[in-house]
Design a protein around this ligand. Structure first.
Ligand SMILES: Nc1ncnc2c1ncn2[C@@H]1O[C@H](COP(=O)(O)OP(=O)(O)OP(=O)(O)O)[C@@H](O)[C@H]1O
Ligand SMILES: [Mg+2]
Length: 266
């Protein structure tokens, strides 16, 4: 595991700071995300996940620090960053009155793509929406809408896709459908940064996971790396590995029995 820095970083964040008035939301965030990987940013409500995503997608300016996305600096070269990314927020950008196909064609036109109809048909097929393509999006299930939303965000082949809480509010079946769509993205080489409050989502989808807490990245790595933060409990011959939930609660301080042994000053 020590073949360092030969892989290009799709996202590199150094010492990012952002406050809103007196509220210091990001207090020095460092992050490296490898191209073509799925990276999950975990954090409680108000931890600053959306704030970080908004800075990385050039919608918001940081107070200090720097960030490069797809090789371009978000502050110095926001235009180049925008050309390389897409952002899917918590509320879908899908137009209910249009069919799934019409939604895709519209976005392809807005992004000045040649042959919007062909792009729409390809994406419908890729996200298993071909049969539903001629139906109004207003009749879609939550999972179908999300898949359509993700498909729309792919038009123009962005190198980096930000998904802010892609499955919040979806039922378990719809979540699985969205997970498949996200895996599909990464398989085609797209870098995915997703935020989530669902620990199992991070566990299932992400190559690497970071926990944002009190304005900083508290822990970051593969699930196996994070599991090493908490010692496995050995009872007789059965080893109990900590779940990601226990690690998360230990870091964020939400659980009495899963806390790290004695290093917290509180
Ligand atoms: N434009 C703003 N003006 C003032 N405060 C803001 C603004 N945007 C965010 N905040 C504050 O910054 C903090 C972080 O918000 P943010 O939306 O980034 O959190 P989050 O991790 O995305 O939370 P959630 O899980 O609820 O989506 C919160 O305390 C929020 O109230
Ligand atoms: Mg948020």
């Amino acid at each position: 595991m020590s073949t360092v820095t030969s892989t290009p970083e799709a996202i590199a964040v150094r010492g990012l700071v952002k406050s809103f008035g007196d509220v210091a939301v990001l207090r020095g965030v460092d992050l490296d995300i490898r191209a073509g990987s799925i990276f999950a940013l975990l954090g409680s409500n108000g931890a600053g996940k959306t704030t970080l995503v908004r800075i990385l997608s050039t919608l918001l300016k940081a107070d200090a620090g720097s960030a490069r996305v797809a090789g371009a600096d978000v502050a110095a070269d926001p235009g180049r960053v925008r050309e390389a990314i897409s952002l899917t927020g918590q509320f879908t950008a899908v137009d209910d009155v249009l069919t799934g196909r019409e939604n895709l064609v519209l976005v392809a036109r807005l992004r000045h793509q040649p042959d919007p109809g062909r792009i729409a048909d390809r994406l419908l097929a890729r996200f298993s929406l071909t049969d539903a393509g001629s139906r109004r999006a207003g009749t879609y299930s939550g999972g179908m809408r999300r898949r359509l939303d993700i498909a729309m965000s792919l038009i123009g082949d962005p190198a980096v896709v930000f998904l802010d809480e892609p499955t919040t509010g979806l039922d378990p079946q719809a979540r699985l459908e969205v997970w498949d769509a996200v895996r599909e993205l990464a398989a085609s080489g797209t870098t995915v940064l997703l935020t989530t409050q669902y620990l199992d989502e991070a566990e299932q989808l992400a190559d690497r996971i970071a926990i944002l807490h009190e304005g900083r990245i508290f822990a970051s790595g593969t699930l196996a790396d994070l599991k090493r933060l908490l010692p496995a409990t050995t009872v007789e011959y059965v080893e109990k590995q900590p779940t990601l939930e226990e690690i998360f609660l230990a870091v964020v301080g939400g659980s009495a029995d899963a806390g790290p042994s004695s290093e917290e000053p509180s």
